[in-house]
Ligand binder design. Structure first.
Ligand code: KIV
Length: 303
């Protein structure tokens, strides 16, 4: 047992500053005011709570959890039920940030009706405030918008298309593909998308799209001109086991910190240095005396 969920908020890290909930319209307003949007992926209670308390505007329960949390080779395997499970944990942790859930591969690729039904689950069963889908699925974006479900688009390097793309490659490098990307972005806006994630595209292309679209763009590997930036939590903190991509900036080496803390703990256990007497519970003196006395009586009887 460990006490990680302290219902009596706020925690020591929180202040008494009143919290203004981030909403989809609030993100649009941030774009209008040229205020950069900070976004991060999130998968569990503790880390989401820390990210929320650190003031991140948008937390995306990304299907990258298939890789960084569940250890899959790519994002294809994660299921709707697994995504719901993690979205609920994030939802419980977050007070201020907008919580967006990624629709996993296969959950919206069959039909619009299926996509709509799965998206409803994310809002109804897990408390997400918006969903994200990859690719220019215009009909689905329209249907979700009509159903009052805020939807974020995701264009450029879309990891659920890894097999079609032949790997994780920067997209829209040619004039033709850059034009197509811009056209797709415009169509998503017309269909009602509330924001657009641009992943793995040249800075120039992302900058043009950002300048043209009325909705916020959130970049990852798309240069500094997007309205906001998102990173994968595990990339930011070096909790991955692979070299970082060019666009990743590691803000801390939490992987090394965790490894060395656990090594220290193991050594303490092996040397009987943990737990100490101060870290142990003790009997009340009267109980101890009573136990000692009855032990003594037992010894005398045997003798
Ligand atoms: O799943 C994810 O982490 C994402 C972000 C990289 C945008 O889709």
């Amino acid at each position: 047992m460990s006490v990680t969920n302290f219902p009596g908020r706020p925690s020591s890290a929180s202040t008494s500053i009143p919290i203004t909930k981030v909403t989809v319209p609030a993100l649009a307003e941030m774009k209008r005011q040229s205020k950069p949007i900070s976004a991060l992926t999130a998968y569990d209670y503790a880390s989401s709570r820390l990210a929320d308390e650190a003031g991140i505007d948008l937390l995306l329960v990304g299907d990258s959890l298939a890789m960084v949390v569940l250890g899959h080779e790519n994002t294809m395997a994660v299921t709707v039920d697994e995504m719901l499970h993690h979205t609920r944990a994030v939802r419980r942790a977050v007070r201020r940030a907008l919580v967006v859930a990624d629709m996993p591969f296969g959950s919206y690729h069959g039909s619009v009706a299926e996509g709509l039904a799965n998206a409803v689950r994310f809002l109804k069963e897990a408390g997400a405030e918006a969903v994200k889908i990859e690719g220019p699925r215009i009909e689905l974006v329209r249907a979700l918008t009509d159903a009052e479900i805020p939807v974020f688009g995701h264009l450029g390097l879309t990891p659920q298309s890894i097999h079609r793309m032949g790997g994780y490659r920067v997209q829209a490098r040619s004039a033709e593909s850059a034009k197509q990307l811009k056209a797709d972005a415009r169509s998503l806006v017309e269909a009602g998308a509330g924001a657009l994630v641009l992943e793995g595209v040249p800075r120039e292309v992302a900058a043009e799209i950002t300048a043209e679209l009325p909705i916020p763009t959130i970049g990852i590997g798309a240069g500094p001109d997007c309205d906001g930036q998102i990173l994968v939590f595990h990339d930011l903190l070096n909790l991955t086991f692979a070299p970082a991509a060019k666009f990743v900036r590691r803000y801390a080496d939490v992987g090394s910190l965790i490894r060395s803390a656990i090594e220290h703990y193991r050594e303490d256990v092996e040397h009987r240095a943990f737990p100490s007497d101060e870290e142990s519970y003790h009997l009340a003196p009267a109980v101890r005396q009573a136990l000692d006395a009855s032990a003594m009586t037992g010894t005398l009887r045997k003798a």
